[in-house]
Design a protein around this ligand. Structure first.
Ligand code: URA
Ligand code: CA
Length: 434
């Protein structure tokens, strides 16, 4: 086989076979196929697309390019949740203990964040003593015992995707649905998921800005998952404004605890119940979505979710007393209010810009090397559609810097107030199953 012939084949719109895709991914990972040939191929894919079969073959070839986590020693159906990335998205911190309390095994491999705010590990490290540097045997034991554990990324997972993603980044081929879908799905499958619930974000703060694009991506991922024997479904949820109120690591941990207590923000609670119900059904712990939802609501109401959070935190060295006393989480030195300059209704809260404002306070990493300040961030006091009076707080800033003028300015530019009444955005747009 020659790479040049395969580039030509895809350029002319033909379907690549499984052997051809394996040859390409294997050769590229090993270095036998150079970047310039791979660039030509990704551009051909960008314009010609890929069939459902090609996407599934590409996904599995990338899975097989590196290590695969074997979770077979964990009892039950391992359901993973993946979000395509949002601002202040605290769902993982809520869903872990919540669905674990319903008997779903949550074996989460997580990373640190880059940009907006921290990743799940950064957030959890706001709890004194909590650590994810556990070995695989301990990880499996903890999931079997408590139904939930988080381990840091280790091993050589999907090296083909790492190399390909870096190449796509500099060849204007990131934004290709088959390439994005196979990239995301390969990582979930290599991490050992039996079933996958996808939270595809849509709106100004999301990777996919329109509902049409988000639906296309969701359908592509669901198609791949089901073709390779992983029960997969997707929820398309709103990211035109940040989710919940908190953006920042310790602030989001507190928000997750509030939600597990049944006192969380409405949108975060609703999204967690929706995603969680699908996880419970895919894991076979309820027959219908409404049965699953009632189960999760009961778990919250009776305090079982909160207890599970304590067990989860202390099993990995964390100080579980933060659950009853969130004042023990890292606290910022200063708070400032962003006061509304006029009366009206909040019409826009540009999610990614607000995420960047939190990053400027130190809540996120500008580069891989930056240190994160776990205590700082933002609490939204108003969401889209809320009425506001001049002088009322729109946002509270938690900062360790005394001067936050630039952050305030960025927030004023990206939170708009209109004289007309505004409807809040729809939270859950669609649910996509096979
Ligand atoms: N996120 C991924 O993991 N891969 C992509 O290709 C795009 C976004
Ligand atoms: Ca939040």
């Amino acid at each position: 086989m020659r790479m040049v012939d395969l580039i030509e084949k895809k350029r002319d719109g033909y379907e690549l076979t499984q052997e051809e895709i394996q040859f390409i991914i294997h050769g590229y990972t090993e270095g036998a196929i150079p970047d310039y040939q791979m660039s030509a191929l990704t551009m051909a894919i960008f314009f010609r697309g890929m069939s459902e079969k090609e996407r599934a073959d590409l996904t599995m070839a990338m899975v097989e390019s590196g290590d695969q986590i074997d979770l077979s020693e964990i009892e039950g159906i391992k359901v993973d949740k993946h979000s395509t990335g949002g601002v202040g998205d605290t769902t993982t911190l809520v869903l872990g203990p919540l669905v674990a309390a319903a008997g779903v095994p949550v074996a989460k491999m997580s990373g640190r964040g880059l940009g907006h705010t921290g990743g799940t590990i950064d957030k959890l490290e706001a709890v004194t003593g909590f650590h994810v540097e556990i070995d695989k045997a301990e990880f499996i034991e903890l999931v079997n015992k408590n139904k939930v554990a988080v381990i840091g990324q280790s091993g050589n997972l999907t090296p083909a995707d790492k190399k390909l993603y870096a190449l796509r980044d500099v060849t204007a081929t990131v934004n290709s649905i088959p390439l994005i879908a196979s990239s995301i799905m390969s990582k979930k499958i290599a991490a050992g998921a039996d079933a996958i619930v996808l939270d595809v974000k849509t709106g100004a703060g999301a990777f996919m800005k329109t509902l049409e694009q988000s639906r296309e991506l969701a359908e592509a991922m669901v198609g791949i998952g089901n073709k390779v024997g992983r029960n997969t479904m997707a929820v398309i949820s709103d990211m035109s404004q940040p989710l919940g109120f908190a953006i920042g690591n310790a602030l989001e941990v507190k928000e997750a605890i509030d939600t597990l207590r049944g006192e969380g923000p409405g949108d975060l609670t609703e999204l967690c119940l929706t995603l969680g119900s699908h996880m419970v059904v895919l894991a076979g712990k309820a027959k219908t979505l409404s049965e699953a939802r009632s189960l999760l609501e009961k778990i919250i109401r009776e305090g079982v979710a909160l207890e599970k959070m304590k067990v989860f935190l202390s099993a990995q060295g964390g100080d579980a007393s933060v659950v009853d006393d969130p004042g023990k989480l890292p606290q910022a030195k200063y708070t400032f209010e962003l006061e509304a300059k006029k009366d009206g209704y909040v019409s826009e809260i540009v999610a990614d810009a607000v995420g960047t404002a939190a990053m400027l306070l130190g809540a996120g990493r500008a580069t891989k090397e930056s240190e994160i300040d776990l205590a700082v961030g933002l609490m939204l006091r108003k969401k889209i559609g809320d009425a506001v009076k001049k002088g009322e707080s729109l946002v509270t800033l938690y900062s360790n810097f005394e001067d936050v003028a630039d952050v305030k300015e960025k927030l004023y530019e990206n939170i708009r107030i209109s004289a007309q009444k505004i409807e809040p955005p729809t939270l859950i747009h669609e649910e996509i199953t096979q």
